[in-house]
Design a protein around this ligand. Structure first.
Ligand code: HPA
Length: 289
């Protein structure tokens, strides 16, 4: 077991990535959820680094998650992408799961775009819909910042009142409208998984104000805000949450829907990225107070 601090792991990962990507300077970091790996294929002139070659990045065991960093240009913008994520339910400490996003920010990424597949709780959502995350609920009840704080990464107490950047959300909504794509605005609730929710839990979450539910993302967003990056999140509604229909939930359904709708998602994000990069150049960091 490694005795390195979180900061040391982040810096070691940053340096290992730097060695392989050369002098590229990514301005946006992307984290791709289930079935959304195809976005990485759109990166031009790409350098690929497998998680297997990075000591401090836990590997994903979940089908549909590739397990590599891809650094390349999307619509002319230098991006660094985590294609495939590892989840809390796979047995890792939450802080370990933030090393990847932290290293991408340490490499210079000013904005982080997180994507995921999620179950739709809102009664008007349909499988295949996209939701821009306006806010989240951490129903995992653990926080990746638990433990000693390293001031070199960020402050002890992180403001989460505007975790999902308002301006980036506005840009995404505008691009969706221009493409006549439905883009819901909603609250993402994270549970630890890996079992899906019970109908009773979904009913409770709806009452609490959640619009979609998934097993990822919130720890990455908390870490990104800790490190001062601006964040935007997109959920692909891959299924209706438990109990909404009289049907069983399966990972196969989640990846099938994600794959079926991947091209629309890629089209939207490809249009969004250059506009977002312009905005990020205006205000590169938004330190958590
Ligand atoms: N619940 C939790 N996580 C998910 C779901 C769901 O219904 N769909 C995709 N990820």
């Amino acid at each position: 077991m490694s005795t390195l601090s979180l900061y040391d792991k982040v810096m070691a990962t940053r340096d290992a990535l730097r060695e392989r990507i050369g002098d590229r300077s990514p301005v946006m970091a992307l984290i791709l959820g289930s079935g959304l790996g195809a976005i990485a294929d759109a990166a031009e002139d790409a350098a690929v680094v497998s998680y297997d070659d990075l000591e401090h990045i836990p590997r994903s065991t979940v089908p549909g998650h590739a397990g590599q960093f891809v650094c390349g240009k999307i619509a002319g913008v230098e991006c660094i992408i985590m294609s495939g994520r590892t989840h809390f339910y796979e047995g890792h400490d939450l802080s370990e799961l933030t090393v990847g996003v932290r290293a991408m920010i340490a490499l210079g990424a000013r904005g982080v775009l997180v994507t995921n597949a999620a179950g739709g709780i809102h009664t008007e959502y349909r499988p295949g819909d996209l939701m821009c995350i306006t806010d989240h609920m951490n129903l995992q009840w653990v926080n990746p910042l638990r433990g000693p704080n390293d001031d070199r990464l960020g402050q002890r107490f992180v403001d989460m009142s505007l975790a999902y950047d308002r301006e980036l959300r506005r840009i995404l909504a505008k691009e969706a409208a221009a493409k006549k794509l439905t883009l819901h605005m909603g609250v993402y609730a994270a549970i630890s998984g890996p079992s899906y929710e019970t109908p009773a839990e979904i009913k409770a979450m709806r009452t609490l104000g959640a619009d979609a539910v998934g097993m990822s993302t919130v720890h990455e967003v908390i870490a990104a805000r800790h490190q001062g990056a601006r964040v935007i999140g997109v959920s692909l509604i891959s299924n209706l949450a438990a109990g909404i229909e009289d049907a069983a939930l399966s990972h196969e359904e989640v990846t099938l829907t994600a794959n079926r709708t991947a091209s629309r998602t890629i089209e939207l994000l490809t249009a969004f990225i250059p506009k977002a990069a312009k905005e990020l150049a205006k205000k590169p960091r938004n330190p958590a107070r």
